[in-house]
Ligand binder design. Structure first.
Ligand SMILES: *Cc1c(COP(=O)(O)O)cnc(C)c1O
Length: 347
């Protein structure tokens, strides 16, 4: 299948997956925690096990193709959903894809790293851990590939450039249409945030539409010195691409920390319990690195009576990490705990 190119607010957009993604009312979960919860299913889609990165890639890759790119380069952690989504999209578009991953060797090909290989990506273990060093390796690789006559396009970390963020302004408009059709007035959206493109795009979308639910980001990466500031400027730069001239204030960015655990990728009991509960009540699977932590935050706020809803949980995907160690083990334990105490509430 070759994706259709469309236009959105004057920008090229590749249709990598059918939209709108489903918006489902989570009835049993809502009853359980005492707040009306809707789930925006960006974990559902037609390409590469889906997830939020697809929305950013629709705009980023349209721009890359317009520039004549034939090769993509992306850096990421081994369980990077951005890398996996990029690898899948590259396969669909017939582009070469290079992943610069952290640490030595490829090791066990589990979860996303297994999928990266299935999608035919060339994996470069970098031998380094920090982002700056990974970026340097990617720049060197870009020069090498260009010398070999290729036209490489280097992807932003987490696909979060202003162009990538535009994908979520577009997504906000999509959600508002669905909420209108359901005649639901939602108070807020909860979603997992790391590189900030999702959050910035949603904030921009809300500005553009001049109405709709507030955006409540749950920081699960602690990537930035000042996340709110980074997200505010990302929203402004993304806005400039679609003729929205607005200076976003730091106060306009609602980002909550305290749900990540020790560091990015840490296993938290709140997240694994929330994943197990939601799986059991709704047949929906969140992941332990991102979406499960945002879900844990939402369920905590609901059970403590801090939100009544309707509230939208934006399911950003990430499911493949469930099938990688050590998450697999933690989820088995959480499923066991949910079995022994079905009345238990997370938090
Ligand atoms: C990347 C990712 C996020 C965070 O999105 P950002 O735009 O990078 O902030 C959330 N959930 C999942 C599953 C992701 O892969």
């Amino acid at each position: 299948m070759s994706p259709t190119e469309r236009e959105w607010r004057g920008l090229r957009r590749l249709e990598l997956t059918p939209t709108p993604t489903p918006l489902d009312r989570a009835e049993r979960l809502s009853d359980h925690v005492g707040a009306e919860i809707w789930i925006k299913r960006d974990d559902v889609g037609a390409i590469g096990v889906a997830g939020n990165k697809i929305r950013k890639l629709e705009f980023l890759l349209a721009a890359a193709l317009a520039e004549g790119a034939d090769t993509l380069i992306i850096v990421g952690a081994r369980q990077s959903n951005a890398a996996r989504a990029t690898a899948a999209s590259a396969a669909l578009l017939g582009l070469e894809c290079h992943l610069v991953v952290d640490g030595d060797g490829v090791g066990a090909a589990e979860g996303n790293l297994l999928l990266d290989q299935l999608f035919g990506a060339v994996i470069h273990p970098s031998g380094v851990q920090d982002w700056a060093a990974l970026e340097r390796r990617a720049r060197d690789l870009e020069e090498e590939l260009a010398r070999d006559g290729r036209h490489p396009f280097r992807m932003p970390v987490g696909c979060s450039s202003p162009m990538g963020a535009v994908g979520f302004a577009c997504a906000y408009e999509e959600l508002l249409q669905q909420l209108d059709e359901e005649q639901v007035v939602a108070e807020s959206i909860y979603h997992a945030s790391t590189s900030g493109g999702t959050h910035a795009g949603l904030v921009l979308g809300r500005k553009m539409m001049q109405r709709g639910p507030r955006i409540h980001g749950i920081d699960v990466g602690d990537l930035y010195e000042d996340a709110a500031e980074t997200i505010a400027s990302l929203a402004r730069e993304a806005g400039a691409l679609i003729a929205v001239d607005h200076e976003f204030s730091v106060e306009a960015v609602e980002i909550e920390s305290g749900h990540m655990g020790r560091c990015y990728g840490s296993i938290t009991e709140q997240a694994t319990a929330a994943i197990a509960l939601t799986a059991r009540l709704e047949g929906v699977v969140a992941d332990p690195v991102y979406s499960g932590k945002a879900l844990g935050a939402l369920l905590e706020d609901a059970t403590r009576g801090r939100i009544k809803g309707p509230v939208v949980f934006w399911h950003t995907g990430g499911t493949p990490a469930c099938f990688a160690m050590p998450y697999q083990e933690a989820l088995v334990a959480a499923a066991g705990a949910a079995e022994s105490g079905p009345g238990e509430q997370p938090g």
